[in-house]
Write a protein that binds this ligand. Sequence first.
Ligand SMILES: C[S@@+](CC[C@H](N)C(=O)[O-])C[C@H]1O[C@@H](n2cnc3c(N)ncnc32)[C@H](O)[C@@H]1O
Length: 252
Amino acid sequence: MSWNGVPETVRWTGMSIEKRQKTEMRQGHAGTGPGAITPDGCAVELYARLPVGDEPDIVTAAVPPGAHILELGSGVGRVTHPLLERGFMVTAVDESAEMLERVRGARTICGTIEGLELGETFDVVMLGSFLVHTGDERERRALLDACVRHVADDGCVLIQREGQDWHTRVPRERVDASGFTVRILSADPVGDGVNSVRAEYEFPDATWTQTFLSRPLTEDEFEEALREAGLRVDRRLTEDGVWMRAVKATRG
Ligand SMILES: C[S@@+](CC[C@H](N)C(=O)[O-])C[C@H]1O[C@@H](n2cnc3c(N)ncnc32)[C@H](O)[C@@H]1O
């Protein structure tokens, strides 16, 4: 997928690198609600409100203390900030400058994951937010290639997948303890094994929606996608297999 955007500055303890943010919407993605919307349909104000879940605990249990983590698709830092508090070093990558403006205490890089060429490797690369389910198989390969390019030979890649029934158990809703309701309203086939998913987040004072394309992956399809990119599954990090730890296939 190509990205046409405006030049954006990457800040890292005084260093400055010219990068580009993606500004046009990704095909099949849309978002509604107050504030800026990212190319994949996420609302910046929504992610600034969403509480963190068990992600920091899962990562902490899977990687060495103090590891340098490359977090791909970091958003506003919902997961980044608790990881920093736990003593990890984080480099946060996102194609949305509006999202990255909210990140504090981490090196931030504005650009697409597909185009990322930092010329350095990390102990841990995180591909969260179900990005591995992108509808476009070439883009999925490009995302996984970016993970492989940036992970140290003895490092690991942490990947967050969708649950196996997420596209069939619709509509469904969950009321969060902090006072908002999240609904998955529909997951409609749009061809070639891809679904158009519509999600809604309702707060007392505002409602956001996101529509995005997602390709469900069986266990075999996931492992094959990793294999093609030169990765292999090391282990499940959660019983439901949503979080997976992968390593370079060349590693013994
Ligand atoms: C669903 S949000 C989640 C943000 C964060 N990981 C969290 O859990 O709070 C996904 C984020 O990934 C970014 N993103 C999606 N696809 C991307 C890509 N190909 N390259 C760079 N950023 C991407 C979006 O801009 C958005 O900020």
